[in-house]
Design a protein around this ligand. Structure first.
Ligand code: G4P
Length: 529
C-alpha cells in the first residue's frame, strides 16, 4: 500500500489525566472496542500502586509491564490507532512530557466530581505550548459531580482552552439518564440496572420531538432542551480546522467504567483526529509524506534482564518508511546503523516487523548508541527538537558506596540519565555529582537499578536546592558574568550536555541573583526558546 494511504490510516495519540480520573479504564475500553483485548482488567496492572514507593519488586514489575504497554496499537474501522502510554504518577511526569513529543493528538480525561486537577493542568499546558489537538472526556457521569456548565467553565479557565461540547449529559449521578450526542444527533440512554451497556440509542434530529419526553421523562427532556439552547448560544460550534490547530477543544461526557460515551468518543476521534503531523527539526519542517525516512527517539527502556545490557529505544516515525535491515543515519554520532529486529507494538505484545510508517512507533534494540532526542534519517543531517529539560524538584548528592565499583557506578549513572530517569549535575567547584528528579520515587529506582543492573552501590545526601536554572549570559566576557561566576561558584554546575546551570538554594536568592546580574539570563528550561 502506498505511503499516503498508510498515512491516512494512522492516528497516534496519548491519554492524559490526573491519577484516578480514569485514564486506564478508558484505555481499556478503547482496546475492547478495537477487539485488541478480550476482557477488562488487562491494562489495569499498568498502574503504580499508590504508596508503592518502597516496594522495589513493584518498581521492577512496573517496568516490565510498562514496556508491554508503552504503545498499544489496534485497528478500528480500518484505522490503525497507536495509543502511547503516559505514566499518571507525578514522579514520572518527565516521561509523560517526552511522550507528548511523539503524539499527534491527546485525549484529556477529567473526573466529573474532582474537576480540573493539578497534574492535568501541567500536562495540558505542555500540549498547549505545542498546539497539540486535544479532546476532553469528562468521566464518571454515573456519579454525582459538578454541574456540566460549571465544569466547562473550569476547563476553560484553569486549562486555558476554548471548548465546544460534542455531547451533553442528561442528569448525572443517581439521576443520570443518558447522553445527547450533538455530533451524531442521537441519544444514548443509560440504564442504572445494567450499568455495563448502553440501553438504547435513539436518533433525535428534532429536539422538540415528543420521543425525547417519552425516553427520558418530561422534566429531563425540558432540562436538556434548555441546556442545549445555552450550549448553542454560549459555545462556538465545532470547527475541525480550529481543533486541528489547537484553538478549539471538543468535549465529551461519559462513564468509562460503564462503557458509556466511549464509542461516541472513539467514532468522533477517528473522524476528526489528525493523521501524523509534520514535525519541526532544527534545520527545517519535515512532512510525513516525504519518501525518505526520518524519526526520533522519545523513550528508552532498559532491558528487564540484567544479564542482557541492551535497551529498547522507542522511535517515532515522522516521514518515509522504516525498513528492517536497511542502514539508517544516526545524526548525532554520525554513523550508519542497521536494525535486524525492529519491534512493532500491539496491545500487550510486540513483534518483529519489516516495515513501519509515519505515526508508528518502532522499538530498536540498542547497546548504548541512543539518547533521548536522537534522530535517524536516510543521510540528511536533521535534528528533531526534543522536549527541553525542566528544573527538577528534588536534589541530592550521589555518593559511591562501594569504592571498588566506581567504574560501574559511573556507567550506570550515565546510562540511566540517557534514559531520562533523572538529571545529573556536576558541581563546578569540586566535581561532586548531584541528581535532580521530579519525584522522590526516582531516587529509589536509581539506587535499585544501579545495584541490580550495574553492580554498583550508591548513597545519597540531601542538597537543599530550590531550583536549577540554565545560565545564559548576554556576554560571556563581561565583568558582570565573571563576577557572577566568582560569587556564585558554590552553586554552579554543568548539566549532562555541558551547559552551565545555577542551583538556587531559595526563591529569595534566585530573585536576588536575577536582580543583581541583569545581563545574565536564568532560564527555567534547558532549551532556548
Ligand atoms: P487512572 O488510570 O487515571 O489513574 O484511573 P483508573 O482508570 O485506574 O480509574 C481510577 C478509579 O476510577 C478506578 O477505581 C476506576 O474503576 C474508577 N472509574 C473509572 N471510570 C469510572 C466511571 O466512569 N465511573 C465510576 N464510578 N468510576 C470510574 P478504583 O476503585 O481506584 O479501582 P478498581 O478497584 O475499580 O480497579
Amino acid at each position: 500500500m502506498s505511503l499516503s494511504k498508510e498515512l491516512q490510516k494512522r492516528r497516534t495519540f496519548g491519554i492524559i489525566s490526573h491519577p484516578d480520573a480514569g485514564k486506564t479504564t478508558l484505555t481499556e475500553k478503547l482496546l475492547l472496542f478495537g477487539g485488541a483485548i478480550q476482557e477488562a482488567g488487562a491494562v489495569k496492572n499498568n498502574k503504580i500502586k499508590k504508596g508503592a514507593t518502597s516496594d522495589f519488586m513493584e518498581i521492577e514489575r512496573q517496568r516490565g509491564i510498562s514496556v508491554a504497554t508503552s504503545v498499544l496499537a489496534f485497528y478500528y474501522r480500518d484505522k490503525k490507532i497507536n495509543i502511547l502510554d503516559t505514566p499518571g504518577h507525578k514522579d514520572f511526569a518527565e516521561d509523560t512530557f517526552r511522550t507528548l513529543t511523539a503524539v499527534d493528538s491527546v485525549i484529556v480525561v477529567i473526573d466529573v466530581a474532582k474537576g480540573v486537577e493539578e497534574q492535568t493542568e501541567k500536562l495540558v499546558s505542555v500540549c498547549r505550548m505545542r498546539n497539540i489537538p486535544m479532546i476532553v472526556f469528562i468521566n464518571k457521569l454515573d456519579r454525582e459531580g459538578k454541574d456540566a456548565f460549571d465544569l466547562l467553565d473550569e476547563v476553560e479557565q484553569k486549562l486555558g482552552l476554548t471548548v465546544t461540547p460534542m455531547s451533553f449529559p442528561i442528569g448525572m449521578g443517581y439521576e443520570f439518564k443518558g447522553i445527547y450526542n450533538l455530533y451524531e444527533q442521537n441519544i444514548n440512554l443509560f440504564s442504572g440496572n445494567s450499568k455495563t451497556n448502553i440501553e438504547d440509542t435513539i436518533s433525535i434530529t428534532d429536539l422538540n420531538d415528543s420521543i425525547l419526553d417519552q425516553s427520558v421523562g418530561e422534566k429531563s427532556a425540558n432540562d436538556l432542551r434548555e441546556n442545549l439552547e445555552l450550549v448553542d448560544g454560549v459555545y462556538p460550534s465545532f470547527d475541525k480546522e480550529a481543533y486541528l490547530s489547537g484553538e478549539l477543544q471538543p468535549v465529551f461526557f461519559g462513564s468509562a467504567l460503564n462503557n458509556f460515551g466511549v464509542r461516541e468518543l472513539l467514532d468522533c476521534f477517528i473522524d476528526i483526529a489528525p493523521t501524523p503531523r509534520p514535525k519541526k527539526a532544527e534545520e527545517r519542517l519535515v512532512n510525513p509524506q516525504e519518501e525518505k525516512l526520518s524519526g526520533f527517539v522519545f523513550k528508552i527502556h532498559a532491558n528487564m534482564d540484567p544479564k542482557h545490557r541492551d535497551r529498547l529505544a522507542f522511535v517515532k516515525i515522522v516521514s518515509g518508511t522504516f525498513e528492517r535491515n536497511k542502514p539508517y543515519f544516526h545524526t548525532r554520532i554520525k554513523k550508519n546503523l542497521k536494525f535486524s529486529s525492529p519491534n512493532a507494538f500491539f496491545a500487550e505484545k510486540k513483534e518483529i516487523i519489516d516495515i513501519s510508517y509515519p505515526g508508528d512507533i518502532v522499538g530498536l534494540h540498542d547497546t548504548g548508541n541512543f539518547k533521548i532526542g536522537d534522530t535517524l534519517t536516510e543521510g540528511e543531517d536533521l535534528h528533531y527538537k526534543g522536549i527541553p529539560s525542566f528544573s527538577p524538584e528534588h536534589f541530592r548528592y550521589i555518593n559511591n558506596a562501594d569504592p571498588m565499583k566506581s567504574k560501574q557506578l559511573e556507567k550506570g549513572i550515565d546510562q540511566l540519565m540517557d534514559e531520562g530517569v533523572a538529571q545529573l549535575f556536576t558541581l563546578e567547584l569540586n566535581g561532586r555529582k548531584v541528581i535532580g528528579t521530579v519525584g522522590a520515587l526516582q531516587y529509589e529506582v536509581i539506587q535499585y537499578r544501579l545495584e541490580h543492573e550495574y553492580g554498583a552501590k550508591c548513597s545519597y545526601e540531601n542538597f537543599p536546592i530550590h531550583k536549577a536554572c540554565w545560565v545564559d549570559p548576554e556576554n560571556e566576557k563581561s565583568e558582570e558574568f565573571k563576577e557572577f561566576k566568582r560569587v556564585k561558584a558554590k552553586f554552579l554546575a554543568k548539566d549532562k550536555k555541558g551547559q552551565l546551570v545555577f542551583l538556587a538554594d531559595s526563591s529569595f536568592s534566585l530573585q536576588m541573583t536575577q536582580d543583581k546580574y541583569k545581563s545574565v539570563k536564568l532560564r527555567f528550561t534547558s532549551e532556548k526558546e
